[in-house]
Design a protein around this ligand. Structure first.
Ligand SMILES: *[C@@H]1O[C@H](CO)[C@@H](O)[C@H](O)[C@H]1NC(C)=O
Length: 184
């Protein structure tokens, strides 16, 4: 839709009246007027966004982690997707390459009757929580729990998942626990 509107506008620009040709400045002015009308009608300036601008990652935990300390980072150590290379499997941290709103989801699987409680933090400030508590559940169970957060980030801000109750008793490896994110 936006493309066809652009095409229409470009066509109008090229229909130079038979009389005196417009100066480049007049063409620009006329273009800006059309643009103002389109924006007024609700069309957004979409610029030249393409696949190269995509920022998205999907990471997973390959090894089971036991008795993690309070605030220790859960490093999801393998990626199946890392467009924009903003997530580090070395540190477990996502660094925003651009200002914007980002969407994050993480999932943990623990082993009854243990618990593994986590939070997502931006620059060390907690934003949302995940409470995977299997105390009181008979052994043999493997409960799974997911949480989500939309987070406003400035370029260079970092987001990661960390333990929020000592100890982080048990988080299952073998690709059962994931951390993913995308920029809008
Ligand atoms: C987690 O993500 C990986 C890909 O990175 C996928 O293979 C796996 O099935 C996912 N785990 C779950 C429990 O969905």
């Amino acid at each position: 839709m936006i493309k066809s509107v652009r095409f229409l506008l470009l066509s109008l620009l090229l229909l130079v009246p038979g009389t005196a040709p417009e100066t480049p400045q007049q063409v620009v002015t006329r273009y800006n007027n059309y643009k103002a009308i389109c924006n007024g009608l609700g069309y957004e300036n979409s610029g030249c966004k393409d696949a190269a601008d995509t920022i998205a990652f999907q990471s997973t935990l390959t090894k089971t982690l036991l008795n993690m300390k309070l605030h220790e980072t859960v490093v999801f150590d393998k990626v199946s997707l890392n467009e924009g290379n903003a997530y580090s499997t070395a540190t477990g941290k996502f660094t925003a390459p651009l200002d914007g709103i980002y969407s994050f989801t993480w999932t943990t699987l623990t082993e009854a009757p243990k618990f593994f409680l986590t939070e997502i933090v931006r620059n060390g400030q907690p934003i949302a929580y995940n409470h995977n508590d299997a105390r009181g559940i008979g052994s043999g169970g493997y409960p799974m729990s997911s949480s989500h957060a939309y987070i406003k980030m400035k370029k260079g801000d970092k987001v990661w998942i960390r333990v929020n109750r000592n100890p982080g008793q048990y988080i299952q490896g073998g690709n059962w626990c994931n951390f993913s994110g995308i920029k809008f």
